[in-house]
Design a protein around this ligand. Structure first.
Ligand SMILES: [Ca+2]
Length: 350
């Protein structure tokens, strides 16, 4: 029977059917998911859930970086979330332990984030994942992946940009091989809602590694930037939390366990959604409004260290800065409905 299927007219019909099927499928993006990962209610965890449950995205690997937590904790938590999601076939590559230049300071240790920490990773919910990180480091994985598939891979960078900058510094010509780079980072004061969230003008991811951010933003890679301006259009409140946990899956159980107590204690709590918007905007660019701006990062070790500055035209001091698509508004209703619908999808059984 199989032989007959491969002969004559039935073959043509089969190919036509397959071609039609392929045409009907949503466009897929091969991505490397670069993250300063932390468990729910950390935004990176929600962003990974959204990416895992989006068939438009093919996750080639998860690379971790120090940011919200140490790189050891980011790695342990990412491995565990993939295990809970039934997706531990996706490999995790441990990345930079520290920013390129930024040193630990008294100010850093008092602010949000533990990028400077060298404490061992605490056990994630349910214990450490059975699987370990790969022996290859994140920057090398990025180089190998981009060399193997030039022009085809999107980097989803939702932590400090240390790994991406290291890969660009190590491998000549790498920037030209990146299809596009989606970045959660920065805040653009020349647009509404553009204040910083660590210093008056600096956003966390860029402030943790300003030198890396500057290298990456000037690399020539086509960039889509999700700054705080767009994050501040979000509001994950108790009502949406309840919609998430109304469906029972291993992921929503984790959300209930980790986020439930937050709303029990403070029912009026509002959580901003940062990395989730960046992932959603790759899946459906029509969710966000963007403007083409030059964006650069201040690397002077003074009052504006790590602050991003954006403008429609170049200005003195920004020579060499690059134009990019800067998100500044969001169709909140469509975004949150998509987020809830996808995160509550069934998890593959093991
Ligand atoms: Ca992040």
């Amino acid at each position: 029977m199989r032989r007959q299927l491969l002969a004559g007219a039935p073959v043509a019909a089969l190919w036509l059917a397959l071609a039609g099927w392929a045409h009907a499928q949503p466009r897929t993006h091969a991505i490397v998911f670069d993250t300063d990962f932390g468990m729910v209610p950390q935004d990176d965890a929600f962003a990974l859930m959204l990416a895992l449950n989006s068939p438009e995205l093919e996750i080639l690997g998860v690379t971790t970086v120090a940011g919200n937590y140490s790189v050891e904790q980011a790695t342990a938590d990412a491995l565990r979330l993939l295990e809970i999601a039934g997706r531990d076939e996706i490999r995790v590559y441990r990345g930079a332990n520290m920013p390129l230049v930024h040193e630990k300071s008294e100010y850093a240790t008092k602010r949000h984030g533990e990028w400077w920490s060298d404490a061992p990773a605490p056990a994630p919910p349910g214990g450490f994942a059975k699987k370990r990180a790969e022996p290859v480091m994140a920057a090398q994985f990025l180089i190998d992946t981009l060399n193997a598939r030039p022009g085809q891979v999107t980097i989803m960078a939702i932590g400090p940009l240390t790994n991406v900058a290291m890969a660009l510094r190590q491998e000549p010509g790498l920037a030209a091989k990146v299809k596009q780079l989606f970045i959660m980072g920065g805040a653009v004061a020349s647009l509404p809602d553009g204040a910083g969230n660590i210093t008056p003008n600096a956003e966390f991811n860029f402030w943790v590694d300003p030198e890396a951010a500057r290298i990456v933003l000037r690399s020539g890679i086509p960039i889509v930037l999700s700054p705080l301006n767009v994050s501040r259009k979000t509001n994950l409140n108790r009502e949406w939390y309840q919609k998430l946990v109304a469906v029972d899956t291993p992921l929503t159980r984790l959300i209930r366990e980790r986020l439930g107590p937050v709303f029990d204690k403070e029912p009026g709590r509002r959580l901003l959604m940062y990395d989730q918007v960046t992932v959603a905007s790759l899946v459906d660019p029509s969710l966000v409004t963007t403007s083409e701006l030059y964006v650069d990062v201040d690397t002077n070790h003074d009052v504006n260290y790590g602050a991003s500055v954006g403008g429609a035209a170049l200005w003195p001091g920004a020579e060499g800065a690059q134009k990019m698509a800067v998100q500044h508004d969001l169709d909140w209703d469509r975004f949150i409905r998509m987020f809830v619908e996808r995160v509550t999808r069934p998890v593959p059984s093991r």
